[in-house]
Design a protein around this ligand. Structure first.
Ligand SMILES: CC(C)(COP(=O)(O)OP(=O)(O)OC[C@H]1O[C@@H](n2cnc3c(N)ncnc32)[C@H](O)[C@@H]1OP(=O)(O)O)[C@@H](O)C(=O)NCCC(=O)NCCS
Length: 228
């Protein structure tokens, strides 16, 4: 890990070991950035933030004190990560998505001691312009559709759509809604019926072990996806 203490205001530059920080970004002394992490124009990383390796933080992003990002996290433009947020490895945060940290904000009342947490688990995607209410955990490889408002915990692999967000199906690790599958081919079972589902891109199969719990049956849950 590279501990950032000072960034010269020269042009965008590479700093050891291979992190790329644009000259307009503001990295407070004490912030921790992993190797090969890129931070683009006008973004601000506070002193107590920890960002892993191979991450990308787009334009106009903010990472507050105490926020932790794992490795290979992609944060698109205009995303603010307030205190109380933890993001695991390989999470994708779409442009202008919003993660809240106070349930009843009032300008006239300080609620600094009432920040609630958000945990976004490995491999999950939050679509463009989605809003996540505080106190919520988004499960591994879950997919929040563009514009959805998430008000409750989200199971692993769940596809959440709409306002308020509802589970419309399952999504595989490649990000496609999964198709129901029988031994003989396509089937008609749907969410909560305990069947097998398949990814159109990878062919990986997933089984609903019980209502609300999906697992991949062709690839170990912790195994990396094949490159390319
Ligand atoms: C949720 C999502 C994965 C669905 O993909 P899909 O299954 O291929 O969806 P389709 O385009 O076939 O649409 C299926 C239906 O869902 C609706 N739908 C699709 N996305 C939706 C969304 N985000 N919110 C509400 N409804 C949505 C479509 O209108 C369509 O409805 P219809 O059958 O009544 O016409 C995709 O639309 C999405 O939101 N992706 C995130 C994109 C994003 O934020 N990218 C960020 C980087 S730029």
């Amino acid at each position: 890990m590279l501990v950032v203490s000072f960034w010269p205001t020269s042009r965008a530059r590479k700093a050891e070991p291979l992190s790329l920080i644009h000259e307009t970004a503001c990295i407070d002394e004490g912030a921790v950035l992993g190797a090969n992490t890129r931070i683009w124009h006008f973004s601000h990383v506070y002193a107590g933030a920890r960002i892993g390796a191979d991450c990308s933080l787009g334009q106009n992003c903010m990472v507050a004190d105490g926020v932790v990002l794992g490795n290979k996290v992609k944060v698109q433009n205009n995303v603010s990560l307030y205190s109380g947020v933890t993001i695991e490895d390989e999470v994708f945060l779409g442009p202008s998505c919003v993660l809240t940290n106070i349930k009843n904000p009032r300008a006239a009342i300080s609620r600094r001691d009432q920040y609630e947490r958000i945990l976004i688990r490995r491999g999950a995607t939050v679509g463009a312009n989605a809003t996540i209410l505080c106190g919520v955990t988004i499960g591994r490889h879950a997919f929040i559709a563009a514009g959805a408002v998430v008000t409750h915990n989200v199971p692993d692999y769940a596809l959440i759509v709409g306002v308020p967000g509802k589970q419309e199906g399952w999504v595989g690790r490649h990000g496609h809604p999964l198709q129901a599958l029988d031994e003989d081919g396509p089937a008609r079972h749907s969410l909560g019926e305990g069947g097998v589902f398949r990814c159109v891109e990878s062919g990986l199969r997933y089984r609903e072990m019980e209502p609300g719990r999906l697992r991949c049956i062709d690839l170990d849950e912790d195994a990396p996806l094949k490159a390319g």
